[in-house]
Design a protein around this ligand. Structure first.
Ligand SMILES: *Cc1c(COP(=O)(O)O)cnc(C)c1O
Length: 609
């Protein structure tokens, strides 16, 4: 059985049971059934499914693992965590997450004014807020107001000028003054696709010289007692733990030295985010080479070692991991709209009473192909097709011949794959690289998995059903944008095999997993495909409840979002209908009504069964 690597990336969140992939929680419903259920209520096109229990699972894991690591080493500091809002700001994600983190005092990290407003309005006073990123005076003022509201807020400065602004605002507004954090520029860097955030050349943070300058400024302005935290972030999706350990040694020593220099309120090290998650579907190529347990115990061990050696108190540890918390909770489900070679059926052949010899040969290959000769016949058919296409270019065969050649070759390929699929022939694998089936998928890569387009990040993908049947087609996936970048090519390191399906008879859905971090807000409206319909699914003991069905934008809303005036669009269409000589006065109402109906629906394709 093809397991699509679920044992590597699935983390027991999802399991395969007989023919279907199921949510591995309480009643264990099949994703396929949930999707059909939602579609039966009139939703078409792609669907984003949120599973709040998976947010809870990740938050529990982070806090429990750190608490275990702390008890094991008898570590004296506190553990705290905040969620970086940039990873997912949507309320139907955020509200369940805040509920899930309440018992732990899980906080929020904000990187812009808008995010800070979300934090100020959504989090209780006992949970921390950290503010990173570049800040103007207004943002600093918001921080002060937030402290006044009773929030435990730390403004992390990214440069000396921000500290100067804080000093000015403090003079004007007075107490309470937010806590002050300082981002440090490390000489150690991260690894992986996102490594630009760390390191000496990073866009953020203070050098050691600037750090000394900041200390003097704080002291001179009697703000040293508000300086509580140092911060670094070595980049997202950290692939190896060794980089973090290097960064921790650097940060730990900076912490200890600053304490010795009189920063007596300094008590926390903020490690930023970067906890990686496993996206790979092939265990030969893992992306992440450490576990959460390793991350927690290494961090604790390194910081304790430095604190002991330098005889200072053990720092509180705060982390800002976002991807690790959010990625697994969302699954994008996209219907397959068409199989490229579907049109190549025997019925479509238009054989003549006399055909070119190579076509006669193709026909014989198709008739006599069997298990023993399949590979040879497959090779021959591909050679013949190439020759026939050349003959067409030279004008020796006509369009009907060309169509027959293409159909016959595809029929042979399909038959050969069926005949050979039990034999792991090396050559067959090579051929599969070349003769993939193209699956047209009813979604937009640009909208729903932009990191594939921008960073070549691959997300686990698998069909939701038919898992008791061996998939035989090597697949490349095409989205419905008109952009040739909207393709997920066949990757021999991570080969994707899908089923041959007859879409007139059955639905076939692909699930893209771990899309809950970054993808939603980075998603682009290329070709004006907007956010898919989003459903929040709560799994219960006996089934599941569908909450918060947020419908995909209608065509009118999409246009309004671009600043078109929907009324004017409708007026123009109506005027054109009235002037058209093809539409009789009696038909006008029905024509307009039909257009008006379509305008109220979303822009994705509709699959009917
Ligand atoms: C982006 C970011 C994070 C979150 O990183 P993840 O890889 O999602 O854990 C945390 N802290 C800072 C400062 C960031 O810029």
């Amino acid at each position: 059985m093809q397991r699509y690597g679920i044992d590597i990336w699935g983390e027991d969140d999802f399991v395969i049971d007989r023919d279907k992939v199921r949510v591995n929680h309480l009643s264990s419903p099949a994703l396929y059934d949930i999707v059909e259920d939602i579609r039966a209520q009139g939703t078409k096109g792609p669907l984003l499914l949120r599973f709040p229990h998976l947010i809870q699972k990740q938050i529990d894991a982070v806090f429990h693992t750190f608490h275990d690591a702390f008890s094991e080493l008898d570590y004296k500091g506190r553990f705290q965590a905040v969620f970086p809002l940039k990873v997912n700001q949507f309320p139907d994600y955020l509200n369940p997450m805040i509920e899930a983190g309440k018992a732990y005092g899980y906080g929020l990290e904000a990187g812009s004014k808008a995010e800070l407003v979300i934090a100020m309005s959504h989090i209780s006073p006992n949970a921390p807020i950290t503010v990173n990123g570049f800040k103007d005076r207004e943002m600093i003022e918001l921080g002060f107001l937030s402290a006044k509201m009773g929030h435990d807020i730390t403004l992390t400065i990214e440069g000396i000028n921000e500290l100067e602004s804080i000093i000015e605002v403090a003079k004007e507004m007075g107490a309470p003054i937010p806590k002050i954090g300082i981002r440090i520029k490390l000489h150690s860097t991260g690894s992986g696709l996102w490594q630009k955030s760390g390191g000496i050349n990073s866009k953020f943070g203070l050098t050691s010289t600037e750090l000394l300058e900041a200390m003097e400024l704080l002291k001179a302005n009697s703000l040293l007692d508000r300086f509580t935290m140092i911060h670094f972030h070595i980049g997202s999706q950290m692939t190896q733990i060794s980089n973090l350990k290097k960064a921790l040694r650097e940060a730990g020593n900076i912490y200890a030295d600053l304490l010795k220099m009189g920063a007596s309120s300094l008590q926390s090290i903020n490690l930023g985010g970067g906890l990686g998650i496993e996206y790979t579907q092939n265990e030969a190529y893992p992306e992440v080479t450490y576990s959460l347990k390793e991350y927690a115990s290494d961090t604790t061990f390194v910081l304790q070692g430095i604190a002991r050696a330098k005889n200072v108190k053990e720092p509180n540890i705060l982390i800002e991991s976002g991807r690790f918390i959010a990625a697994s909770h969302a699954v994008l489900v996209a219907p397959v709209f068409e199989l490229f070679s579907e049109e190549y059926s025997e019925k479509a052949l238009r054989l003549k009473s006399e055909n070119p010899p190579l076509i006669e040969e193709l026909h014989e290959l198709y008739t006599y192909i069997n298990q023993d000769n399949a590979l040879e016949y497959l090779h021959d058919s591909i050679d013949h097709l190439n020759s026939l296409l050349t003959l067409f270019d030279l004008g020796y065969i006509d369009l009907i011949d060309r169509s027959n050649s293409e159909i016959l070759t595809h029929l042979i390929i399909r038959k050969a794959i069926l005949l050979l699929h039990d034999k792991p022939v090396r050559e067959l694998r090579q051929i599969q690289d070349k003769i993939q089936e193209k699956y047209l998928i009813n979604f937009s890569i640009f909208q729903s998995i932009p990191d594939f387009w921008g960073l070549a990040q691959r997300f686990p993908v698998m069909p939701l059903a038919k898992l008791d049947t061996k998939p035989t087609r090597s697949a490349s996936l095409w989205d419905i944008t008109c952009d040739s970048d909207g393709e997920i090519d066949f990757d021999s390191r991570n080969p994707l095999f899908l089923h041959s399906v007859n879409l007139d008879e059955e639905d076939y859905f692909l699930g893209f997993f771990k899309v809950g971090a970054y993808q939603e807000v980075l998603g682009m409206k290329h070709n004006l495909f907007t956010r898919p319909t989003v459903a929040t699914i709560e799994i219960t003991d006996t089934g599941y409840d569908i909450h918060e069905l947020v419908k995909s934008d209608s065509l009118m809303e999409i246009l309004e979002d671009l600043n078109y005036n929907p009324l004017k669009i409708k007026e123009k269409i109506l005027a054109n209908i009235q002037q058209s000589s093809h539409i009789s006065p009696l038909e006008r109402d029905t024509v307009y009504a039909r257009i008006a109906t379509i305008l109220e629906e979303n822009g994705y394709l509709k699959t009917f069964n």
